[in-house]
Design a protein around this ligand. Structure first.
Ligand SMILES: NC(=O)c1ccc[n+]([C@@H]2O[C@H](COP(=O)([O-])OP(=O)(O)OC[C@H]3O[C@@H](n4cnc5c(N)ncnc54)[C@H](OP(=O)(O)O)[C@@H]3O)[C@@H](O)[C@H]2O)c1
Length: 263
């Protein structure tokens, strides 16, 4: 009963375990998944414990992390059956509300939700957390410290969790990188230079803004001389509906998250 147990050995579990190892996390980690091959891979790469039996996995948990896809959460929790000792559980499932998690487990399980991203692999990420009312201060601290090992942690109300989820995905930056580099290749830049230029263009200004004191407006004015090339490119993107496309995309993500919340 002293391990951190992750249920689901897929993408986010792999990234989280990699980040925890990088950070020197010293508590035992056990992963449960229905695919023996995934467990073997995780064990080989990160020297974690694996447990193919769900009940035996849960029995070892001091902290239980649910990392299956949203549409698998209910059946996983039902297979878990009643838990007869206090357990602190964290669900990573996008859009699945605390009330739904609570409804599937007995009163011994106290719930939190967390939204990390695969960037936690490198310790550079951000994780949002939210807690159900009955979760005590010690458990809250444990959860914040756990995700704090792999990046910054921000606590937000559950009512804002879907908005955070659709905003905070490393896919935004990677998607923009792909679009910018591919457009650049079409102009004749070779692939390597196009990706290097696009990665610096997207990442460097953002890091400078995040880590410095200058305002975004100031940095934008500095980077785009009125009437110059950068200003022309930006206004062309805006005229083509860049802001609207982002707005509509986030709303689509919110609708998808709400589907996960349905009973
Ligand atoms: N990936 C991300 O970037 C990210 C970021 C933040 C949060 N999340 C959340 O994290 C969760 C997992 O996402 P993921 O991308 O890691 O998914 P994934 O790669 O599909 O991994 C989930 C793993 O859990 C297994 N599984 C499902 N139900 C199971 C059960 N009843 N017993 C044992 N194993 C079971 C799956 O097997 P099958 O393939 O056979 O179903 C799969 O191997 C999702 O709810 C997602 O919303 C993901």
């Amino acid at each position: 009963m002293s391990a951190t147990v992750l249920l689901g050995g897929g993408r986010i579990t792999g990234a989280l375990v990699a980040g925890l190892r990088l950070a020197g996390y010293d508590k035992p980690i056990v992963v449960h998944d229905r695919h023996a091959g995934k467990l073997r891979q995780l064990k080989k790469r990160y020297a974690i414990g694996t447990e193919p039996d769900l009940h035996r996995a849960v029995a070892q948990a001091n902290l239980l992390v649910v990392a299956v896809r949203p549409d698998s959460v209910r059946s996983l929790l039902r297979s878990m059956g009643p838990v007869d000792r206090p357990v602190t559980a964290v669900s990573l499932a996008a859009g699945v509300p605390l009330a739904k998690l609570r409804a599937e487990t007995g009163s011994k399980v106290r719930w939190a939700r967390a939204m990390p991203s695969p960037v936690c692999r490198s310790g550079l990420g951000l994780t949002a957390v939210t807690f159900e009312r009955g979760l005590g201060p010690v458990a809250r601290r444990t959860i914040k410290q756990f995700f704090g090992k792999v990046g910054a942690v921000v606590e937000i109300p559950e009512s804002r969790f879907d908005a955070f989820t659709v905003t905070y995905s490393s896919s935004h930056g990677l998607h923009a990188l792909a679009a910018l580099a591919h457009a650049s290749q079409k102009l004749g830049l070779d692939r390597k230079t196009a990706f290097a230029a696009a990665a610096h263009a997207l990442a460097d200004g953002i890091v400078a803004w995040r880590e410095g004191n200058a305002s975004l407006d100031h940095l934008l004015r500095e980077a785009a001389t009125p009437g110059g090339i950068a200003a022309t490119v930006m206004s062309s993107m805006d005229a083509a509906g860049y802001g609207l496309a982002v707005h509509q995309a986030l709303r689509a993500g919110m609708r998808r998250a709400r589907k996960n919340a349905k009973p």
